[in-house]
Design a protein around this ligand. Structure first.
Ligand code: ARG
Ligand code: ZN
Length: 871
């Protein structure tokens, strides 16, 4: 049953106040709700029945309107609804339900994670707790009473402030929490457990003291300091960058081990997957440190972009997610390096979001329909949504953008609104017309921009002709031109920026507005044939087609004033050369290439002025996944062969440089996750991974020494992965001793599982089956499932085995998880959604597995993905 945006109606009823009581117990938890309800005047006077959402796992015990207990013939209960046909205009609905959190393997609603109780209510988890109007435009003031056994659950938390505490007649403890801010049910949270706490204080810009608390199980309390500091940085940043101050007296974060996603912004009580919160030098890599900081910031920023102003309906999800991702990206850029952050974000977008936008699950940033909303927490809604906000920032400029965001928060505080409302605030505050621009929200697919140019030396005129086309997608057969901001500049043959006239303005950098299907842009005062630097900082999420020569790309790579485009030029050159090699591999020819990129790399490595983090990023070859996205038809083994060959070739040519870089960027002393140190480590470890591809005896010793003596996880794990990926003769031993060393740290075990599942080998599949039997594995823990099955999905020799056994294995696991945890099962389908693009022999085998899955009794989550794949 598909739900459509066009069918939106305001809710027939409102819930002004929500009073909840949870009597927590090991077997059955009793939930009592008192909902202060009234008919919604905006809906119009009517006799519309009251329809409450419910989950199959909620058992109804008693139902009353005011003091009248409803007999069974006065309501109707179906699998997902409770319908009461007659109600007064204003009334209190009391409802008693039973749930079994310990049997909740979906991890939606109230569930157990190790010894604690916790919740996940976004998007529609609250209905698995009790009957409710579980939609974001129903906002209510919550008061929550939690009753539990003090010895097992000394800590019992919910949103807002603790207002009362005491003992029940049976000797249990009760705690009452009150949240003064009206909120939708998806922001409700409850946690109970034997937890330790780290306390801190933040003083806001208007001098209000906020108590900060991070709760974990006792063995993890030593890993929360970094998150606490990140939280304080986020709070300060939101004040300075957006003028947003925190609004409650207390802000709490809890880490849980079993969690479907990364984290959740519940009002005043964020709940985190422990992998996104905990950090310590010995167990956490640099990447993970940065991730923790970004996610802490993201969830904190939701307090305004999400909670104070929320979404009218789930089609508007990007209203809060796109904007909040843009905010967290800007924060991380300010904390570290702007260019490095941009490269990482774009690289991810171009690899994963572009693939999604070209596949069977393609949808606009504001989808027009869905079967299961959980399937739409996507790269498109999050990352492409953030790109839309970034383009608005580019079109308005920083100052007007800030005015727009101020107006948005002021105008809509306490409301549930739409993406259109966001854009209107931006327009009203800036005077910029975004009517055409808004099409980005409703049209899916990645636009392709073809650019040609001509230069007339005599007149000094340089012309760029740009045409745009968005390929049709699964979501729409017809596409229209978009309003695309093109940030660009021109370089002369020496790599100097050219100051040219455009529209009477002289500048080295211009923002062009591509709005029509085809447009000509004319520059004057140009004295030499320029090389255009287009879409600087990736000013729009598009695919650029311009026929750059290798020399052009080398010039941009070494001289562009835009750091992002220097990286992008190197990637493009690498893609061009890899494409030649991939085609040779497909044709089963011997691989060979006269590489220009190697020359660019040589220059790069000799330049001591550059940020080592940028050098490392430029040296990173386009990934298997990115090359697959670019390919018309994906030949996984050929791509792998070409990448392997190319990496070895570069390694041999630059062997001495890599050895030297390794030594130059090796840091002594105590670990710190500051940008400068991260940069040195990333370049050192990138150099090591190349160096290992040579026959250098020293390199082979170095990797072992680093593995054994590193004082931090970044270096230890980099050594291990390089050894594994270069098929070092000691790789097996190293993997075994790594597990031995870290088996008691679940977050390190996750990394070990992922790397092991990813290890390329002829017998990869049987190894992965072994991993699933391993003591460290647990099918009920999403992190472990993601590590092993997600890691396996990237394993070319295992997953894409020519006999199809890899696909059959993943399908088997999806079928099992479909019953256990539909959200996780659905996410695991992603590698199967590419079947149409795969080389035909493989694609047909994959399709066969999709058809097999479709015959099962499927959850909405898995059904939607599989059926769309086969449509
Ligand atoms: N709002 C959360 C975030 O982006 C994501 C939670 C989504 N969870 C889910 N099960 N769909 O921070
Ligand atoms: Zn979010």
């Amino acid at each position: 049953s598909t739900i459509y945006l066009k069918d939106y109606q305001v809710p027939p009823y409102l819930i002004d106040k929500t009073e909840l009581t949870f009597d927590l117990d090991e077997t059955t938890t009793v939930v009592t709700s008192r909902l202060h309800m009234r008919r919604n005047p905006e809906f119009g006077l009517s006799t519309t029945p009251l329809v409450l959402d419910s989950g199959v796992d909620v058992k109804l015990i008693a139902l009353a309107i005011d003091d009248y207990t409803l007999p069974e013939e006065e309501y109707r209960l179906s699998e997902n609804q409770l319908i009461i046909s007659a109600t007064p205009d204003v009334f209190i609905l009391t409802c008693e339900t039973l749930i079994e959190p310990q049997n909740n393997t979906r991890l939606e609603g109230l569930y157990r994670s190790s010894s604690m109780f916790c919740t996940q209510c976004e998007a529609e988890g609250f209905r698995h707790i009790t009957f409710y109007l579980d939609r974001p435009d129903v906002m209510s003031i919550f008061t929550t009473t939690i009753i539990g056994d003090e010895s097992r659950y000394p800590v019992m938390l919910s949103n807002g402030n603790e207002i009362e505490r005491g003992k029940t007649d049976e000797g249990k403890t009760f705690v009452v929490w009150h949240d003064p801010f009206p909120k939708p049910a998806y922001l409700f949270a409850l946690v109970a457990g034997d937890l330790e706490v780290k306390n801190d204080v933040f003083v806001t810009q208007s001098n209000k003291e906020v108590k900060l608390q991070i709760f974990t199980e006792s063995h993890n309390l030593d890993k929360v300091d970094y998150a606490m500091e990140a939280l304080k940085r986020s709070m300060r940043w939101d004040e300075t960058a957006y003028g947003r101050e925190y609004d409650l007296d207390i802000f709490m974060i809890v880490a849980v081990d079993d969690f479907n996603m990364g984290a959740m912004e519940n009002k005043g009580l964020n709940i985190f997957n422990s992998s996104c919160l905990l950090a310590s030098p010995k167990t956490t890599t640099d990447d993970s440190y940065l991730r923790v900081e970004a996610i802490v910031a993201h969830e904190y920023f939701h307090n305004w972009s999400g909670n104070r102003v929320t979404c009218r309906d789930w089609f508007q999800l990007s209203l809060k997610e796109g904007f909040t991702v843009f905010r967290d990206q800007s924060f991380s850029a300010d904390m570290h390096s702007e260019t490095v952050k941009r490269v990482e974000d774009v690289s991810f977008l171009r690899t994963a979001q572009f693939a999604e936008d070209a596949g069977p699950m393609a949808h606009p940033v504001r989808p027009a329909s869905f079967i299961e909303i959980s399937n739409f927490y996507t790269l498109t809604v999050y990352e492409k949504g953030s790109e839309i906000v970034r383009m608005i920032h580019t079109l308005l400029g920083a100052e007007k953008f800030r005015a727009g965001s101020d107006l948005y928060f002021e105008r809509h505080d306490g409301q549930a609104v739409t993406c259109d409302d966001f854009v209107s605030a931006m327009e009203d505050a800036s005077g910029v017309d975004l009517t055409h621009f808004k099409r980005w929200y409703s049209q899916s697919g990645t636009p392709v921009i073809e650019v040609t140019d001509e230069f007339d030396a005599a007149s000094g005129v340089y012309r760029l002709t740009m045409t745009q086309h968005t390929p049709e997608t699964a979501a729409q057969p017809v596409t229209l031109p978009l309003h695309i901001p093109v940030k660009m500049g021109l370089l002369d043959p020496n790599g100097q920026e050219i100051s040219a006239y455009f529209n009477g303005q002289e500048s080295q950098e211009h923002v062009l507005h591509l709005t029509a299907e085809s447009q000509v842009f004319e520059f004057t005062g140009v004295t030499t044939q320029p090389v255009p630097s287009l879409f600087r900082s990736f000013s729009a999420p598009i695919k650029l087609r311009y026929d750059y020569s290798s020399e052009d790309l080398l010039l941009l790579m070494s001289s562009d004033s835009d750091g992002f485009n220097r990286w992008s030029a190197a990637q493009q050159l690498a893609v061009n050369e890899l494409t030649v090699l991939i085609n040779q591999a497909i044709a089963k020819q011997a691989l060979s290439i006269d590489s220009q990129l190697v020359k660019g790399f040589k220059n790069l490595l000799e330049n001591k002025e550059l940020d080592p983090a940028m050098v490392a990023l430029i040296l990173a070859l386009p990934s298997q996944a990115y090359l697959s996205e670019l390919a018309e038809t994906i030949y996984p083994a050929a791509i792998k062969e070409a990448r392997g060959f190319f990496k070895k070739l570069i390694a041999k040519e630059l062997e001495e440089d890599f050895g030297r870089l390794y030594r130059e960027h090796h840091l002594e002393g105590e670990y710190s996750p500051q940008a400068k140190d991260i940069a040195h480590r990333s370049l050192k470890n990138m150099a090591l991974s190349y160096w290992l591809e040579t026959d250098s005896e020293l390199a082979h010793q170095t990797v072992k020494t680093q593995f054994e003596s590193a004082n931090n996880m970044t270096d230890q794990f980099a050594a291990l992965s390089s050894a594994v990926h270069s098929q070092h003769e000691d790789a097996e031993n190293m993997l075994a001793s790594f597990y031995e060393q870290w088996q008691h740290e679940p977050l390190v075990v996750i990394k070990w599982l992922m790397l092991s599942a990813n290890q390329e080998a002829a017998d990869a599949l049987s190894r992965v089956k072994g991993l699933m039997e391993h003591e460290a594995f647990d099918l009920k823990n999403p992190n472990k499932v993601r590590s092993v099955l997600g890691g396996f999905g990237q394993n070319v020799s295992g997953f894409h085995h020519e006999d199809g056994s890899g696909y059959a294995f993943l399908a088997d696991q999806i079928i099992v998880l479909n019953k256990l945890n539909p959200q996780i099962a659905s996410r695991l389908c992603t590698p199967l959604t590419r079947w149409k693009k795969l080389q035909p022999e493989l694609g047909q085998k994959m399709k066969g597995q999709l058809e097999r899955i479709l015959k099962e009794d499927l959850s909405k989550d898995v059904y939607e993905v599989i059926s769309k794949c086969l449509a």
